[in-house]
Structures are given as C-alpha cells and as structure tokens.
Design a protein around this ligand. Structure first.
Ligand code: GLU
Length: 284
C-alpha cells in the first residue's frame, strides 16, 4: 500500500507552497487507496515553535486534507537518530568536526546544494570526540562502501545518486543528534513511507538520503519531486513578501476546501505559477 507524508518544519506559518505540497502528498496516497501521514519536523530547537505546529494542523484540516493516525512529532524520534549516528561512528563513517560556519565559509572552495561545501578540514585529524560542534559523514569512504546507487523518481525517472556534490555533510550537531538529512531518512523508514513526495527544491538532497539508506540498511522508497509554486518571475514563494499565510486566509474566513480545489485545477491565486524548480538542497 502506498504511504506518503507531508513533513512541515514548524519554523513559521505555512503558505500556499506548503498547501500545494500537502495536496500533492495527500492526493497521491488517496488516488491509490493509500495512507497519508503528517510529520511535524520539530527538532530545530532554536526555531521550532509549538504554535506553528498547531496552526499547521489546523491549516490542513481547513484545506480538507485528512491524515491517518496522530500527527507524528519528529522530536519523539531523537533516540533513534542518536542510535543511527552512533552506528555510523562505530562503522568509521562519521568524524568529529569543530569548524564554525564562518570558518567553513572562509575555507570552502565551492558551493554545493546546501551552500559552501565543507573542505574536509577536520577529517583525519585527532579532534576530541567528547564535544565536537558536529559529526560529519566521510563522503568518499561512504561512497566507496555503498558503490554506485540509483533512485527512482515518478517524474524524473531513474536517477544516479551523486551525493559527492554535497561533500562531507553534517549528520548530527551538539544540540540535535540528527541533521535534516539523517533525521528525514530515518523517519521516512520508521513511518513506512513508500512514496516521498516533496518539492523540487529538495531534489538534490535525495542523493544523500539514498546513500544513507544504503549505509544503514533502510528500505528504499520511490520519490516524487513536484514543481514549486512560484511568483511569475520565478522567485520562490517562501521568500515572498506580504503574501498571506494559510492561517491568515483561514482566519479571514476564506473557504479552504475551495482553495485546495482551485490549486488542484491549476487555478493559482495571485498570479502564481508552477515553476521549473531548481535541483537545490535543504538547509541543515
Ligand atoms: N521538513 C522539511 C521542510 O519543511 C521537508 C522535509 C522533506 O520533505 O524531506 O522543508
């Protein structure tokens, strides 16, 4: 049975782009009689806020999107993230790093999908293992062990995984044992997600997730990276100034189900359009 999910980070109010992502995930599952789950990705302690999580669930109900079971909280999975990080450490695939973001930005020779690619400063050095700022994946060694990998996207077809474009990604930090890449990969496996639907802005991240699945022996889902709702000039909606959030529309009395149906019909409000979408990555 098909299982999809919508996995918002409660760092701010949801906007129309989130509505579109949730509709794609919901309808993809329901079309085939499958399950649709909601997972609140609330492990960013500095930015996550309970009221954004509550409002997100209210927004989904307002759009007429019903999910199966209780909404899942990623923060309940931290022990699982920590255990996977320990396994990668003991397999010799994770190393401690004490570089600050500023040091990395100054030393990086090029950018990858998540920003400056870590130049490997701490790799192979005797960094104290008690309190590093981050644990990083030894990408070259990971690829050597995993071999050539591919993944299936319902839209892009068969894709060869090229996680090396990210360099030695962060697996965990002092304040959270699972980075975005590690946590989302583990949680999709724990939730039995068969079809990972999400925006094209996360397309490149899938290279890393596919590699982590191989290293940790996790099941491999199918992906479905959909186009993003963008402004007519192609700018990402998330960056849009002054566009009302879903909560503002809801509280102003707008009909959420009618809005969802309009999006399904390609009748996008405020002159928005479906962009081509870049093959970008996620922030960590
Ligand atoms: N929580 C992520 C976000 O809101 C999405 C995770 C995912 O779909 O992989 O951007």
């Amino acid at each position: 049975m098909i299982v999809t999910r919508f996995a918002p980070s409660p760092n701010g109010p949801l906007h129309l782009g989130h509505a579109w992502a949730a509709i794609v995930a919901h309808d993809r599952a329901r079309r085939d009689g499958g399950r649709f789950l909601v997972r609140i990705e609330d492990i960013d302690g500095a930015r996550s806020r309970g009221e954004f999580a509550d409002a997100a669930l209210e927004d989904l109900r307002w759009l007429g999107l019903d999910w199966d079971g209780e909404a899942i909280r990623q923060s309940a999975r931290i022990a699982n993230h920590a255990a996977a990080l320990e396994r990668l450490k003991s397999d010799g695939l994770a190393y401690p790093c004490r570089c600050t973001r500023a040091e990395i930005a100054a030393a990086a020779r090029h950018d990858g999908p998540d920003g400056p690619v870590y130049p490997g400063t701490c790799r192979g050095h005797d960094i104290p293992r008690d309190a590093p700022l981050a644990w990083r994946l030894d990408m070259a060694e990971a690829i050597r062990r995993a071999g050539t990998l591919t993944w299936q996207d319902e839209i892009a077809g068969t894709v060869r995984a090229v996680p090396e474009i990210f360099g030695d990604v962060v697996l965990g930090r002092k304040d959270a044992p699972g980075s975005y890449h590690l946590a989302v990969t583990l949680d999709d496996a724990a939730d039995g997600i068969t079809h990972v639907t999400r925006g094209m802005d996360l397309f490149a991240s899938t290279h890393v997730h596919r590699l982590l699945q191989a290293l940790l022996g996790l099941p491999v889902p199918v992906w479905h990276h959909h186009r993003l709702l963008v402004e007519p000039d192609g700018r990402k909606l998330a960056k849009r100034r002054g566009s009302p959030s879903l909560a503002q529309r809801r509280l102003a009395g707008e009909d959420g189900r009618a809005l969802a149906d309009a999006l399904r019909a390609g009748d996008f409000p405020d002159d928005l359009t479906l962009g081509e979408g870049g093959h970008g990555g996620a922030g960590i």
